[in-house]
Design a protein around this ligand. Structure first.
Ligand SMILES: *Cc1c(COP(=O)(O)O)cnc(C)c1O
Length: 380
């Protein structure tokens, strides 16, 4: 076997360079390590890029979701509709607030929230909904709005969706608030990290306060005053501050976002051309209403496929290629076993039959060709 054939093709890899390395020097040497000038600059840059009024950096998308729900006063007795086909962070955030996640089904074409299923789950207690832009493909927001009463607040789970668009607008500007992730698996990363965006100033003020134990003066404000005023803790809050080290990296990554999305879309187009409708495969593609950032590239093995998902994963592993099962259904996880039993047929089908292929900024054409060959070998 030659060296090339033996090298493992990873499922995902962050793209970090000299600029990020240089960027962390300043906060390291300045002594200002946590939420300070770099976080403020990252928030401004992110808000401007997304054309929203406010952006608040957090420790993760999970904590951004928690903050958003807390700022909306979600609590016991409140229902929040969430697709079961998501990373379990989305549903967990509702539980952190004492609210009830009401799990709904998804649309098979997009992997995203199905407005018909939502319509069946609405009740007088529905206070909010969290459409997920799964793997960077936007949910159909107009179709969703058409079934929602006006008072139901929309929080986008845009964890995967930095750089995705919906009818020309950025993901993260399509609801009342949105939450992004900068985990290394996402399109841009700060190691861990998240961002809450909203154009509602009242919520932004409250969320900003809650992020820092609801102090009436921020730590940064206290730091720059010679005689700090005594602080007050206005309500129960959290510590969800991002560090300035992370924000310095985030500023560089945010600048690179268009270029990262362009490369991902190029790789996705090649996968689509080579694999779609071959041997029972169905590949993710742009929806009619927008552009995906292809944060993850998924394929579904249709009923006619001659190999099942586990078989294909094993075959790829034998060829030195890391692929992954898609998303797990929250309602089938042990953590949700006490929830009322519900049948979500599309979610269950996708959970068993989708997988994710390697796709990242620095995936080479040669490595992608190896993946394609290996998949075609298995599906025939
Ligand atoms: C990654 C992800 C999250 C959680 O993001 P973290 O930053 O790791 O907390 C939430 N929702 C979805 C859909 C995700 O893919």
């Amino acid at each position: 076997m030659d060296a090339k054939a033996k090298r493992q093709v990873q499922i995902a890899m962050p793209s970090m360079g000299d600029e990020e390395w240089q960027a962390v020097r300043e906060p390291l040497l300045s002594g200002w390590l946590t939420q300070g000038p770099k976080v403020a600059a990252f928030e401004r840059a992110f808000a401007d890029r997304h054309q929203v009024r406010h952006a608040l950096a957090t420790t993760s998308c999970t904590t951004a979701l928690h903050l958003a729900l807390a700022a909306l006063d979600i609590g016991p007795g409140d229902e929040v509709i969430v697709p079961s086909f998501t990373w379990v962070a989305t549903t967990n955030a509702v539980l952190y607030c004492g609210g009830t996640p009401v799990l709904c089904d998804v649309d098979r074409r997009t992997n995203n929230i199905d407005p018909n299923s939502v319509a069946k789950k609405l009740s007088s207690r529905t206070k909010a909904i969290i459409p997920v832009h799964l793997f960077g493909l936007c949910a159909d927001m107009d179709a969703l709005r058409a079934v929602l009463p006006n008072h139901v607040k929309i929080i986008e789970d845009a964890a995967c969706a930095a750089g995705a668009t919906y009818r020309g607008a950025s993901a993260g500007t399509l609801g009342d608030a949105a939450c992004f992730s900068f985990h290394p698996r996402k399109s841009i990363t700060t190691g861990e990290g998240g961002m809450l965006t909203t154009s509602n100033s009242e919520w932004a003020v409250r969320a900003r306060r809650l992020r820092e134990h609801a102090m009436n003066v921020s730590a940064a404000e206290r730091h720059i005053s010679t005689l700090p005023p005594p602080e007050l803790y206005l309500e129960r809050g959290f510590n969800y501050r991002m560090t300035d080290l992370q924000a310095a990296v985030g500023l560089v990554q945010a600048r690179k976002l268009p270029e990262m999305v362009a490369r991902r879309r190029q790789l996705a187009a090649i996968y689509g051309a080579e694999l779609d409708e071959r041997g029972g495969l169905r590949c993710v593609a742009d929806p009619p209403y927008g552009t995906s950032n292809f944060q993850s590239y998924w394929v579904e093995l249709g009923q006619g496929a001659r190999i099942d998902r586990e078989g294909l994963l094993a075959h790829l592993a034998s060829r030195g290629i890391s692929a992954r099962r898609g998303i797990m259904a929250a309602h089938l996880q042990p953590a949700y076993a006490t929830h009322p039993h519900i049948a979500l047929p599309v979610t269950e089908r996708l959970t068993d039959n989708t997988l994710i292929l390697p796709l990242y900024h620095e995936l080479t054409d040669d490595d992608q060709a190896r993946v394609i060959d290996a998949v075609l070998e298995a599906v025939g």
